[in-house]
Design a binder for this molecule. Structure first.
Ligand code: ADP
Ligand code: MG
Length: 237
């Protein structure tokens, strides 16, 4: 267990788990390839945020992660950047079908925000990103998924509908993110989340991000993550 306090920002970072890699101080420390470094610079990101410093090396090393940090701390890039590296590493990238990275978010607004960020980092690699959520034509989304996407960002209900319609297969999905897990529970998506997780191969990497960790979310995390590293960023007070 490490206990690091950043007094300048009045934040404490608690990390617990096995074989936890050391935090990074810069994006260079992450060993990202040049096209990704350029995309990061283009975004105006000079250095990783607190949660990114700790979570990036842990996610990049292939661990499952429980990330607890409040809104605005930069959680999206903490799972999107390693997702691009993960996808580019897949020997099946040029073959097969269906997404390799799957991100679930509670609302269409959040799914759309993640989509915008993912698209910027996916672009230099020509990776296709699809966002699917309620309030948009299911048929259009069906067609888009059928055409192919390496990354799918979805609200749980709409993803279940599209899986039932066989718009996509999860057979090569190996990187699953549950973002804002507490809000997904508040909105009653637990059964849909369980169903989605049940359709993704067990040798996946699973990341769960949440602003809070109620008992029900903790229980789900224990069931679907394997030996997760916990990264918690909170105020010292
Ligand atoms: P969270 O998911 O924790 O609420 P976001 O991922 O939405 O936070 O990020 C919050 C804001 O911070 C976004 O506008 C994002 O572009 C910006 N941001 C993320 N990482 C960095 C960084 N390393 N440097 C500067 N800005 C960043
Ligand atoms: Mg977020």
């Amino acid at each position: 267990e490490q206990d690091v306090a950043d007094y300048r920002k009045n934040l404490s970072i608690r990390v617990s788990g096995f074989d936890v890699p050391r935090p990074v101080k810069t994006f260079d420390d992450c060993g990202f390839p040049p096209p990704l470094m350029s995309a990061i610079a283009k975004q105006g990101y000079e250095k990783p945020t607190n949660v990114q410093c700790q979570a990036l090396p842990v996610v990049l090393s292939g661990n499952d992660v429980i990330g607890i940090a409040k809104t605005g701390s930069g959680k999206t890039a903490a799972f999107v950047l390693p997702m691009i590296v993960h996808i580019m590493d897949q020997p099946e990238l040029g073959k097969g079908e269906g997404p390799i990275g799957v991100i679930c978010a509670p609302t269409r607004e959040l799914a759309h925000q993640i989509y915008l960020e993912a698209r910027k980092f996916a672009k230099p690699y020509g990776l296709r990103v699809s966002a699917v959520y309620g309030g948009m034509s299911k048929l259009d989304q069906f067609k888009e998924l059928k055409a192919g996407a390496e990354i799918v960002i979805a609200t749980p209900g709409r993803l279940i509908d599209l899986l039932k319609m066989k718009a996509l297969t999860m057979k090569r999905a190996t990187y699953l993110v549950l973002d804002e897990a507490d809000r997904m529970f508040d909105l009653g998506f637990e059964p849909q989340i369980r169903s989605i997780v049940g359709q993704i191969r067990p040798d996946r990497q699973t990341l769960l991000f949440s602003a809070t960790m109620p008992r029900k979310v903790e229980k789900l995390a224990r069931e679907i993550l394997s030996d997760p590293v916990r990264v918690a960023v909170g105020e010292v007070g």
